[in-house]
Design a protein around this ligand. Sequence first.
Ligand code: PLP
Length: 398
Amino acid sequence: MKLNKNFKNLADDYLFAEVAKRVDDYKAAFPTADVISLGIGDATLPLSLKVVDAAKSAATDLGVKSGFRGYGPYDGYPFLKNAIIDYYTLRGVSIESDEVFVTDGAKNGIGNILDLFDVDNTVMIQDPVYPAYVDANVIAGHKIVFADATRENGFVAMPPKRGKADIIYLCSPNNPTGTAYTLAQLKEWVDYALDVGAVIIYDAAYEAYVESKDAARSIFQVTGARDCAVEVCSFSKMAGFTGVRCGWTVIPMGSPLNRLWYRRQAIKFNGTSYVVQRMAESALRGGYEDTKKMVAEYKNNAKIITKKFDELGIEYTGGVDAPYIWFDCGVDSWKFFDHLLKKTRLVCTPGSGFGINGNGWVRLTSFNSKERTEEAIKRFEPFWREFIAVRDKLFERV
Ligand code: PLP
């Protein structure tokens, strides 16, 4: 038996484990401290009661002879695929039923789709970004190159002038920077992919948060995308399904990836459960108003944070089209993390954990409650004023 030696090339699962460890150490030293996390990357609001009713009624279906279902279609039940197709129609995007694959979440598409590619592929990934793309490609043994997102380009990575990639991962709205591609920027990526013969794997897990008029909700809003792109999406942050597990992948019929993905899912994935698919259908149909309300509530928390940042003159991206706010702390991200925790009992996520371009930056999320977000920002304001006054004396700038 020979192990996949690529696992040895994975970076340690450092970021969230290290955040948890430092918070645990702090709590052990100060057991009564009221720690607030603005680092939460998980949904916290309860499910819509309409979605819960859909689960109950689906479970009831399964308990009677006429409603019982065994294995479902590998690519999802038509009732959910149709709801997803109608959701795309709202954005002016037309997709066919054979192009939609219901999954158990966006991670399913992000990582498992690599089964379809030869090892001899170069993958381009934004830096900073959600770490799963790099890790999945390290395991697959792919060569990885990066598209830089920095202060200079407003943390919006664009195609390189030279150089080629075969597989391109794009995350928009981006975790952690909260930036969303405009349709014009995305068109540049589509043109680049068509030019070099690459496929774009477009992660739209946060598309429900987009409000800027010119920002993309789907890569398929861009001309040419059907000839080079695959889209993965999720109910996780849109409807609080992080624990329920449901998402989808769209692969145009013209792509050779479409039938390969069907085979792959048929061989390795027996489909998402009927109950969960009924819940997901409800999140897009009868419970859609609740879905929108949930997103609006998280977005309101983001506004509480960005309003204060505007007052304090803090340089940041995000918060408008995403549940993430990405700000410039100007010092080593981990040193800032420790200092913030010690002085305010607030937890953030150090930007350096998302890629080398993230050092000196910090991610905050809007997944805490309104009350806790308000309390956090109340603590943050005096902290920041003092931090700015002493920053150059106490820390090395990055
Ligand atoms: N894509 C991005 C950009 C994410 O931030 C996350 C989760 O945080 C996921 C995908 C995972 O989504 P899912 O829960 O649908 O697997």
